[in-house]
Design a binder for this molecule. Structure first.
Ligand SMILES: Nc1ncnc2c1ncn2[C@@H]1O[C@H](COP(=O)(O)OP(=O)(O)OP(=O)(O)O)[C@@H](O)[C@H]1O
Length: 269
């Protein structure tokens, strides 16, 4: 039997909601706690389903979302599947008036039917839709460079990235910062990357001068100012420098002063 094209998709029309997706899922730790979850083109809205009058909605802006993934739980007897979305909204710092981006993970269990495959497919559909909706947001947000008034580059996804880390930058902490913070974010954002730990002065310059740049969509430098200058010099020394210098560059502060990263961040506000 053919599906009636005019019939409303139940995931789009529920409880008066009309957007991209609507669903009801449970808490990952407690099946008794249920949430209504709705996805529009700009936000993910979560509301706990309960009889109490206090049913506060939590709204996450998709411009703060860096990724979403679907997965099966570790228990093979579990018929449910899961999806987790990763947000980095600005929040007030503890004991401070300033705000900073802070990680928030929103995870749900999908157990609509007894068939685990169907549940996994539904979790994947949600993960896909959340990723797609948040892709519209400039990928530079992830690197803290957005929105730049000039020279903004919308990166393709998946964004194949070469990450250059100077292990001696910032009193030797750049590599630790990478493994402690950045690596997990890259995984959450499904960013495929090649990590290059520089071994000597001018290593990055020589590498970038001779690299096949078609393999990467962006070069990200995690260091102080020095390594970025090396990379720019390497790009400018190429025969195809006019095209090479168009390669999107990102900067993650890993040095001691980080003056350039601070300036870029300032002008991106
Ligand atoms: N493995 C390495 N060993 C020695 N020198 C390196 C290595 N990798 C890069 N360099 C050089 O170190 C210089 C300084 O690096 P960078 O600016 O990244 O760090 P920093 O001096 O700690 O930072 P800041 O500028 O914030 O003080 C760079 O110009 C680069 O040529």
């Amino acid at each position: 039997m053919e599906k009636d094209a005019s019939a409303p998709d139940p995931s789009r029309q529920c409880n008066g909601f009309s957007g991209v997706l609507y669903g009801e899922f449970t808490d990952t730790l407690n099946d008794g706690v249920r949430y209504s979850v709705s996805l529009t083109e700009s936000a993910l809205t979560i509301q706990r389903i309960s009889s109490s009058p206090d049913r506060t909605k939590v709204v996450f802006n998709l411009s703060d979302c860096i990724g979403c993934r679907a997965y099966k739980g570790p228990d093979s007897a579990d018929i449910g599947a899961y999806f987790a979305a990763y947000f980095y909204p600005f929040k007030r710092r503890w004991m401070s008036t300033g705000v900073a981006r802070q990680r928030v993970e929103q995870c749900f269990r999908v157990a609509l039917v007894q068939d685990p495959l169907v549940n996994l497919r539904e979790a994947e559909r949600w993960a896909h839709a959340i990723r797609d909706a948040s892709v519209l947001v400039d990928a530079c947000v992830f690197w803290g460079l957005s929105p730049l008034p000039i020279g903004v580059t919308r990166l393709r996804r998946p964004c194949r990235t070469m990450i250059l880390v100077n292990p001696h930058s910032g009193r030797g902490q750049a590599l630790q910062l990478f493994t402690g913070h950045i690596r997990a974010m890259l995984t959450e954002a499904s960013v495929p990357y090649t990590l290059v730990i520089t071994e000597h002065q001018n290593h990055a310059r020589e590498l970038v001068r001779n690299a096949d740049l078609t393999q990467w969509d962006a070069l990200v430098i995690m260091s102080g100012d020095g390594l970025l200058f090396e990379v720019i010099n390497g790009l400018m020394e190429r025969e195809d420098w006019q095209q090479a210098i168009q390669t999107p560059l990102g900067m993650l502060p890993g040095g001691s002063g980080n003056a350039l990263a601070a300036s870029i961040h300032h002008y991106s506000q």
